[in-house]
Design a protein around this ligand. Structure first.
Ligand code: SAH
Length: 273
């Protein structure tokens, strides 16, 4: 723990035994698991993971921390440390020479909050291009406000484009709240542990790329009615008629549509424009 945290890398050391155990339990580890850990930091979580699984690949950006991690875990045969930026790193290329660490099936990470969105996209892909092959599951400790959006349900404040996009790709489970005091130094916001289990959605959108754009456009101005946000695609009277046809109020706002309704709307609109 005696390592001065660097702000620019979003370093906040988790020091709560409870939160650490909750992460490990949520990962439902088994002896055959090949894990990816993002941001091992001083290795507090790494230490718990290693004895329980087949192998662990940890990606850490901070060179000084990497040196320290090598000292602590370098002699473990099932541990591979990659120094670099998770967003830039070509994992597949890096792991080519380490077949014994593949295929990665799970991710565990206490992620730097400033890059939560890009990390989610890196791990899950997008509606138009899901990550292949999909991870079985990922347990992520993140900013609470983002966690709320991931599990957000229609009609709530937290439900938005991110909810639709992520829920299209994965089942999202809220595991636990983690207060800011669980970290040293405490961040400015509270956190939460979320588990994402990627799946193949039943009856996917006929044109996923279009759905992706539609959701973005639909949520562009939350206070507006959906039909007004979609004006650039089709005039609002026609959108109203289509919404009615799908059993949705013509005055509906984006946040009222369920994931299934978004898919239905996308499938129908796509044939008309
Ligand atoms: N998991 C540790 C540390 C979490 S803090 C713990 O629980 O104590 C976030 C960690 O992510 C830090 O170690 C930080 O150096 C690392 N990090 C920040 N940006 C990163 C990036 N782009 N790629 C990989 N690691 C990064």
């Amino acid at each position: 723990m005696n390592f001065r945290p660097r702000k620019r890398f979003g370093q906040h050391w988790l020091r709560s035994e409870k939160a650490l155990s909750q992460i490990v339990t949520a990962a439902e580890l088994s002896k055959g698991d090949r894990l990816l850990e993002i941001g091992p930091g001083t290795g507090i979580l790494t230490r718990r993971l290693l004895p329980q699984i087949a192998s662990l690949v940890s990606v850490e950006i901070d060179r000084d921390l990497c040196q320290r991690l090598v000292k602590s875990f370098g002699q473990k045969e099932n541990f591979l440390l990659l120094q670099g930026d998770i967003l830039e790193l070509d994992l597949i290329a890096q792991l080519r020479q380490f077949p014994q660490f593949q295929p990665l099936n799970k991710v565990v990470a206490n992620i730097p909050y400033n890059i939560t969105g890009p990390i989610l996209e890196k791990l899950l892909g997008t509606i138009a291009q899901p990550h292949q092959p999909a991870y079985e599951q990922m347990v992520l400790l993140m900013q609470k406000e983002v966690a709320e959006r991931l599990v957000g349900q229609p009609g709530t404040k937290a439900y938005g484009a991110l909810s639709v996009r992520v829920q299209y790709l994965a089942k999202c489970d809220w595991i636990a709240d983690v207060p800011r005091t669980a970290f040293e130094p405490p961040p400015k916001v509270d956190s939460a542990i979320v588990r994402l289990s990627p799946y193949q959605i039943e009856n996917p959108a006929s044109n996923p790329r279009f759905l992706d754009q539609l959701v973005k456009l639909g949520f562009a101005t939350r206070r507006k009615m959906l039909r007004n946000n979609l004006k650039s695609l089709l005039d609002s009277d026609r959108v109203s008629a289509i919404l009615e046809q799908l059993g949705i109020e013509p005055q509906a706002r984006a946040e009222e549509l369920s994931l299934r309704q978004w898919i239905n709307l996308s499938n129908l609109l796509e044939t008309l424009i």
